[in-house]
Write a protein that binds this ligand. Structure first.
Ligand code: ADP
Length: 451
């Protein structure tokens, strides 16, 4: 199967390496792009060609649409894979690729646009009968309107930026008197972070799990799901550990949430790989929260469980091939868990960039490490501090936890600080081992006043 002759990867770090690997196995030539401080990065070394597209500041490099498109044209690339972050959920970028006659590996710019407007997609799916968290119908326009909604749903509430992402642009409000200032601040933050002050309101649910469904959809109307990922272990609404199956999911629950996700994907005419995110309360009520219209950081968890290479599927779908599986052919085997290894101070959770004096990833049965780090590489301060993903696959949850503990013990990273000590703490915590946790777990084991 010859999918594409040459592909440009509009990203850096481990995801660029991940995509290059898939391309190599499919006999597709690869083009890396890099900012001028990343000449020595692994994605540059692994790609067949590499083009410097600007300075360290991602605004002028990894987010620079004209520079990336001219690199694609200069190297005669037929397709562009955006990875995650950067331009991956930018409808203008997908559109610009289409205009330039380059295949964008992902959904249409329309679907990206719908998914990127969190308030709008929520409203759209609510109309389709998908359960959503009570709150405003669309963006809140005024303080008066916010007050009215808060009165109806009751405090605490959460104000969310319509164009938010990555756990940013959210604000919890516990008391009526704090609402006016919180709304103003949330809208101001949204404008600075995402270029739009639009925000919406939801009831804040205090005890929930984050459970998401991996979707694959081709352009012939076939949509399937690859089971769930439980991403409840978060800090500041950012995921730290993901696993599948969820410790709380029964086969019946999986069928229900999987079908909801497929319905949601169909409702927005989704194509390619994507994720439908839900939160689930202690009574197993499921509420849609958002769509991620790209490959996700935690996709390897699902790959380990299903034996399906999601990046290769993305490329096949983009090249126009039909999905080779039916829903009934998807089997989940064993248990997979991923830890995000960040260059950060594990006590304070602040980034810790610098030169890695020694890097020795773990190996052995059931262990996969997706990384672009190596001994002597300098973690730049300009980008996301995640430097590796440690993924394990065991017979069952207990086995996966045992493999993860062993792998975390083996992982040697010297010269910088990482959150490996934090992960070790989680994997020996009795509640985590029993599967008893919600999104407040990290604050429980690392109370904010101790940081
Ligand atoms: P982002 O797009 O920034 O990732 P999400 O809407 O996906 O934001 O939410 C991220 C996380 O924030 C969720 O996984 C959940 O832990 C928390 N969260 C979101 N909405 C609510 C809510 N209404 N109540 C409680 N927690 C929430």
């Amino acid at each position: 199967m010859k999918l594409f002759r040459k592909m440009l990867i509009a990203n850096r770090g481990e995801i660029a390496v991940r995509v290059i690997r898939a391309c190599k196995e499919l006999d597709i030539k690869t083009v890396a792009i890099f900012s001028d401080i990343e000449r020595e990065s692994l994605h540059v070394r692994f790609a067949d060609e590499a083009v410097c597209i600007g300075p360290a500041d991602s605004k002028y490099s990894y987010l620079n649409i004209p520079a990336i498109l001219s690199a694609a044209e200069l190297t005669d690339s037929e397709a562009i894979h955006p990875g995650y972050g950067f331009l991956s959920e930018n409808p203008q970028f997908a559109e610009a690729c289409a205009t330039a006659g380059i295949t964008f590996i992902g959904p249409s710019s329309e679907s990206i646009g719908i998914g990127g407007d969190k308030a709008k997609v929520k409203q759209l799916l609510k109309k389709q009968g998908i359960p959503v968290i009570p709150g405003s119908d669309g963006p809140v326009e005024s303080e008066g309107m916010a007050m009215k909604i808060a009165k109806r749903i009751g405090f605490p509430i959460i104000i969310k930026a319509s164009s938010g992402g990555g756990g940013r642009g959210m604000r919890i409000v516990n008391r009526k008197q704090d609402l006016p200032q919180a709304l103003q601040m949330a809208q101001g933050e949204a404008l600075t972070l995402f270029g739009s002050s639009e925000a919406y309101i939801e009831k804040y649910l205090p005890s929930i799990r984050h459970i998401e469904i991996q979707i694959l959809a081709d352009d012939r109307g076939n949509v399937i799901h690859l089971g769930e990922r439980d991403c409840t272990i978060q800090r500041r609404h950012q995921k730290l550990i993901e696993e599948s199956p969820s410790p709380v999911a029964t086969a019946k629950f999986r069928k229900k949430i999987g079908e909801l996700a497929v319905r949601a994907a169909r409702a927005i005419r989704y194509k390619n790989a994507g994720t439908i995110e839900f939160v689930v309360d202690h009574k197993q009520n499921v509420y849609f929260i958002e769509v991620n219209t790209r490959i996700q950081v935690e996709h390897p968890v699902t790959e380990e469980l299903t034996g399906i290479d999601i990046v290769k599927e993305q490329l096949k779908i983009a090249a126009g091939y039909p999905l080779p599986y039916k829903q009934s052919q998807i089997e989940l085997s064993g248990h997979a868990i991923e830890c995000r290894i960040n260059a950060e101070d594990p006590e304070k959770f602040v980034p810790f960039p610098g030169r890695i004096a020694f890097f020795l990833p773990p190996g052995g049965y059931g262990v996969r490490v997706d990384t672009a780090a190596y001994t002597g590489w300098t973690v730049p301060p300009h980008y996301d501090p995640m430097i590796a993903k440690l993924i394990v696959h065991g017979e069952d949850r207990e086995d996966a936890i045992a493999i993860m503990r062993r792998a975390l013990d083996e992982f040697i990273i010297e010269g910088i600080k990482t959150n490996i000590p934090f992960h070790k703490k989680v994997f020996s915590h009795p509640d985590f081992i029993k599967g008893y946790f919600n999104t407040n777990f990290v604050d429980k084991i690392n109370p904010p006043n101790e940081k």
